[in-house]
Design a protein around this ligand. Structure first.
Ligand code: 2AM
Length: 217
């Protein structure tokens, strides 16, 4: 019945403390602001605008909604495959409500999304779902490669896209298509992977406290 369906959340994940959310948002805004001014970015502007000369204000281009979090399992109130199994997993139950420290190791931008890559520890990987379809289309990437925080989406783009964009970039990285090194920025090194895909590997990963919990909405 409907009550049973409500007993599973929309998703499980790590939720960033509100005080660090602002810091992460600021870092992301700074990055977008800087990226916007780079000649290399302007050269590839048509990835974003579809036209060569048009300008784009990246800070306006992406909309941020909701609290910052790293989704572990999208349950869709129980409709997603494996949702029930995940919710009943003993590790999930054990760590529910516990504090963790997430390491944000890179920021990435595509014409669709902007996000932060999360590098999971062995312990954190215990909370990563086991379902094979999770990393669909990128079978050779290590587990947890999709772990990320959505920082913003372009108009008409759903947040689920952020993880897919990250997997795409990581697949290119793994295929040793090293991308085009652009420059050393204050935050780290910037690489271009074509088709509007930019990756900033952070010199110093951002460590942020986060609570493992769930969201009902
Ligand atoms: P996100 O993890 O990339 O931000 C609610 O929609 C949350 O669940 C969002 O955070 C969203 O994306 C994530 N989400 C939505 N659909 C998903 C799916 N099919 N697989 C994985 N995560 C999904």
């Amino acid at each position: 019945g409907p009550l049973e369906e409500m007993s599973l959340p929309l998703f499980f994940g790590w939720f960033l403390l509100s005080s660090v959310q602002d810091k992460v948002r600021c870092t992301s805004m700074d990055f977008l602001k800087t990226l916007d001014t780079l000649e290399a970015f302007k050269k590839h502007l048509n990835d974003f605008t579809g036209k060569a000369e048009k300008e784009v204000d990246l800070e306006q281009y992406f909309q941020a909604k909701g609290t910052l979090h790293c989704t572990t399992k999208f349950c869709d109130y129980g409709k997603a495959p494996g949702a029930k199994e995940y919710a009943q997993n003993t590790t999930v139950k054990e760590f529910y409500g516990s504090a963790f420290e997430l390491s944000l190791s890179a920021l990435f931008v595509t014409p669709r999304t902007v996000g932060a890559r999360v590098s999971l520890t062995e312990e954190q990987l215990l909370l990563w779902p086991a379902d094979p379809e999770e990393e669909a289309g990128s079978t050779s990437l290590p587990r947890g490669s999709r772990a990320h925080i959505t920082l913003g989406c372009a108009e008409h783009v759903e947040p689920v896209q952020t993880g897919l964009d990250l997997l795409e970039i990581e697949t290119l990285q793994q295929e040793r298509q090293q991308g085009e090194p652009i420059e050393e920025m204050e935050l780290g090194s910037l690489t271009y992977y074509g088709e509007g895909r930019w990756l900033l590997t952070l010199r110093e990963p951002i460590c942020t406290p986060a609570c493992f919990s769930s969201f009902y909405g």
